[in-house]
Design a protein around this ligand. Sequence first.
Ligand code: NAD
Length: 290
Amino acid sequence: VKVAVIGAGIMGSGIAQISAMSGYDVAMVDTNTPALERGLSEIDTSLARFEKSGKISAAERKVSRTRIHATLSLEDAVAGTEFVIEAVPEVLDVKREVFARIATAAPTTAVLGTNTSQYSVGAIAASLGAESSRVIGTHFFNPPVMMKLVELVVGSSTSTETVERARSYAESLGKEVVVCRTDTPGFIATRAYAAFRLECVRMLEEGVASAGEIDKALRLGFGLPMGPLELGDFNGLDTFLYAVSSLAEAYGERFAPTAGLVEMVAAGRLGRKAGAGFYTYETPSQRPFS
Ligand SMILES: NC(=O)c1ccc[n+]([C@@H]2O[C@H](COP(=O)([O-])OP(=O)(O)OC[C@H]3O[C@@H](n4cnc5c(N)ncnc54)[C@H](O)[C@@H]3O)[C@@H](O)[C@H]2O)c1
């Protein structure tokens, strides 16, 4: 069975890898050769790590790798597929254009998944007419090879058959599936976690406790691998601000970013990548004391 993954970035390369490790033939497509090479190199590094930790054998590593074919042609990639997963950047016009091409070139039986973090599935599929019944949100978490969860997001036109086929595909990758039955921003996990993270930022700004104490409380109190503030620094506070701002557009004041968060982003305190966020970093890979 053939899967096509559109976009060879962080998410696309991971989805291609886990699909190949689960026995699918995978076509991974990007717009330029360096991006494809980067994606393949990420896959090689990750497969080597799986082998080193004894999770797969050398033979399984090689077989998985040979199942992945990189190409610059979206049309070639989607030919003969049963599942197409789009993982191009979070820009609505780019996603719409990609879906128009996929819908024309893929078999009429293929399930068409989008890995969008926050756009409505309906908005992405808007111009596809009857084809939109095959479009569904397939929201993998980062890194896709490790994270167990896939949220399926049901658009207003998505058919029941599409939901069930997408579920079988995700489960065949060893994932656990949750279904978000309405096409609403943030789906289930991101929406809930954004509210929780914002409350931590508010506590910090109100002087309730230091960043280190808030993160420690949440890590040890709820068994989180990383505190919410540390995670904000890790992912980039510009990304967090963008996410809560668009949730605020959908749900109102309860997701309004705090003044402090807006100021930090304006001042370039974006987290690890900038050397400073809620914590300061001497190197991007350093973990703060918390
Ligand atoms: N990174 C995360 O933590 C994460 C988690 C969940 C969902 N997502 C979502 O997954 C999607 C991809 O995110 P990412 O982090 O992998 O992005 P990325 O920037 O790492 O990768 C995107 C890739 O798509 C390629 N691309 C751009 N236009 C293309 C086109 N027309 N055809 C084919 N390839 C094209 C780019 O060259 C790039 O290699 C986004 O919608 C994002 O919101 C990301």
